[in-house]
Every structure is written in C-alpha cells, then in structure tokens.
Design a protein around this ligand. Sequence first.
Ligand code: AMP
Length: 183
Amino acid sequence: MRLVLLGPPNSGKGTQAAQLAEHLGIPAISTGDMLREAVAEGSELGRRVDSIMQSGRLVDDETMAAVVRERLAKVDAAKGFLLDGYPRTLPQVETLEGLLADADRELDAAVQIVVPKEILIERALARGRKDDSAEVMEERLKVYGELTAPLVGYYGGRSLLRTVDGDRSIDQVFASILEAIGR
Ligand code: AMP
C-alpha cells in the first residue's frame, strides 16, 4: 500500500501514521521527523532548515524533493509506504507523482484527517511543544490552509481522497481510516 496522510498540525496525523504503518507492515515516512533528526545531528541539511522550521514556514520544494527521493529509494519502501507530512504543496505532489511513475507505481489513497480549528489550537496549547508557541501555531495553520489544503482538491479530483473525522478518540479515528482504505 502506498498512502499519503493529510491533516493540519495537531490533527493527530503523526499518531495515526505510526499506528497505521505498524498495522499495515509498511514504513511511516515523516518528513518532519527526518528534518528534526537532521537538525539534531547538525548536518548540512539540518543547519539549512533549522530556522525555517522554527518559524512555522515550509522548507523549499527542491530540498524536500531530494529528501523524499532518497528516502523512497530505500529497500523498505519497496513494499509500500505511508507518507506523513509530504506532499505539502502542489509542486511536491508533482514530484511524488514523478517518483512513483519512474518506479511504475501509483498511490492507493490520500487520507485527510479533518479537525476544527478551535480544537487544533486547544491541542497545540495543551501540548506546548517547543515550536508550538501561539504565533508559530498560527503560522503553521496559515501555511497549511494556503499551501497544503489545495491538495485535497487535487486528490479528490483523482478519486484518491478519503476523508476522516479526526475530532474523536485515537482508536475511533484509526478504525475509520482502516475502513476508508478498505482494510
Ligand atoms: P511536521 O512535523 O510534519 O509538522 O514538520 C515540521 C516542519 O518541518 C514543518 O513546519 C516544515 O517547516 C518542515 N517540513 C516537514 N515536511 C515538509 C514538507 N513536505 N515540505 C516543506 N517543509 C516541511
């Protein structure tokens, strides 16, 4: 299975991605985690993306294309994958399409987790992650609305979109996702 998980910050996307990947026996590929690791290691990539990540803005599409191309080329991704946090812009959608086409593969579904904005803000404040100050949270939500939300229309148009209500318990959301992807 090749899946894309869409959802705003604090939608529970990361939690669901980890559970789903384990259930389906495929790697969960979180570009956010990969970048945070690069920052922690102090690699060239990490030094380049650190301040962008802290601001809530997006890393440029070209850099992300290199990160994802390299990750999807690893052996474990041959049996399928679940992308968490990629693609996030329409150019990234095109990059992914290109990588899949080169490997003669297709996406099976794009699962969108929907959560009301008030709940997202409530969750962010409760969590208090280092990069989740109210201001940065606002920026992350704005970026999501402007650059990532259009992907919903794109995947909808290709009949790949599955929408799930994320304002419920972790187990309920998980069950809905499995149902939505026919598992
Ligand atoms: P996340 O944990 O997915 O919210 O990602 C944390 C941060 O990493 C984002 O706010 C971006 O700055 C950066 N990032 C992660 N994935 C991407 C992506 N696909 N495109 C651009 N920036 C990304």
